[in-house]
Design a binder for this molecule. Structure first.
Ligand code: MG
Length: 348
């Protein structure tokens, strides 16, 4: 089988309901959809999401169409790691992180989808799954919500069967965080996991000060307490706090995870499919973390569920509230694995 064509489609529109975290307003739905066609009639697709900058989907499409695609036309699509290596070498001069990584990831995901569809099996079967369902929590506690809104959405998440919830912190003073965390805890009960996410908002001292309070409030992990690239600060913070430090969604490539994991700077590793390098890199980062006894919780859901099915150290898939159309129901606080071929997911 050979790759014959790579086509890209772009959408970008305002979100019906904009959400806010400690550092940004996410007010757009942008997507870059990649389709890889072959001489045997089988195709693979991937969709890359952008939440903020209007032009990003089109810029990514340009990079894929003009730079990455010509380098792999005619290649055997099953050589996924070989293609990744070729694209990393191609983009090395401009930097394989940032948008290059989004492009390589989009192709990687479409290739896995294609491989699964060519064999008519879900990718989690190709990877040798360890489990048939993935524990999940709902990321619902956005900062634009007032306390009543937080309570309502947390109650809805528990009604839908999620194990627990995650909420944003760091949008205001610590007293405000405390009030909001206590309100959510009151709704979800004493035993449900409650995670907090600061989206890189703090410096070291403030992260330490707030982390001690989140710990006292029985939060399950403290996500992105610090600027993502500052490995030293993560290591120092992890030494001082008992609450696990969760991070990874804003790190690019395996080297960015290696030192962080090896030095004990992360207690829950959270790669993002788009930034870390696609399914292949997330899988390899997850296995590296497993070697150090560090649990893995995805940033986002969708196709990531196939990685989570295969890793030995999986603890959670991240999710929003379930879609209203009933296409998926949780069982014992878990997402079942999607049955369709390729990188099928419950997102649509
Ligand atoms: Mg996060």
């Amino acid at each position: 089988m050979k790759i014959t064509d790579i086509s890209v489609e772009v959408t970008s529109e305002p979100k019906a309901h904009a959400v806010r975290d400690a550092i940004q307003l996410l007010d757009r739905n942008g997507h870059t959809r990649v389709q890889i066609d072959t001489d045997e009639g089988v195709s693979g697709v991937s969709t890359t999401y952008f939440g903020r900058v209007e032009s990003s989907p089109a810029v990514l499409a340009h990079l894929i169409t003009d730079q990455l695609a010509p380098a792999i036309i005619g290649e055997d699509p099953a050589l996924i790691r070989g293609i990744r290596q070729r694209l990393q070498t191609l983009t090395d001069y401009q930097g394989t992180a940032g948008l290059s990584s989004y492009g390589i990831s989009a192709i990687d995901l479409a290739l896995w989808d294609l491989l699964g569809k060519s064999l008519d099996v879900p990718v989690w079967k190709l990877l040798g799954a360890q489990r048939t369902a993935i524990p999940t929590y709902a990321m619902v506690g956005w900062l634009e919500l007032d306390v009543a809104g937080l309570e309502s959405v947390s109650a809805k998440a528990m009604e839908q069967g999620f194990r627990g919830v995650k909420m944003k912190v760091g949008g205001g003073p610590l007293t405000e965080d405390v009030q909001r965390i206590k309100a959510v805890r009151n709704i979800i009960g004493p035993d449900a996991p409650l995670m907090v996410d600061a989206n890189q908002a703090f410096g070291y001292s403030e992260a330490l000060r707030r982390g001690r309070v989140y710990e006292e409030l029985d939060c399950r992990w403290f996500e992105e307490p610090l600027p993502a690239a500052d490995t030293d600060a993560h290591v120092r913070l992890a030494e001082k706090l008992d609450i696990p430090i969760a991070t990874g969604e804003n790190r690019y490539g395996q080297a960015a995870f290696r030192d962080l994991i090896a030095r004990g700077g992360v207690g829950v590793v959270q790669p993002d499919l788009r930034r870390a390098g696609g399914l292949t890199d997330c899988l390899e980062i997850g296995l590296m973390a497993a070697g150090f006894g560090v649990p893995y919780a995805s940033h986002g859901g969708g196709a990531h569920i196939h990685v989570l099915a295969a890793l030995p150290n999986t603890i959670y898939v991240e999710s929003g509230l379930l879609p209203e159309d009933g296409r998926v129901e949780l069982v014992d606080g878990c997402y079942p694995l999607p049955p369709g071929p390729g990188l099928s997911s419950w997102n649509g």
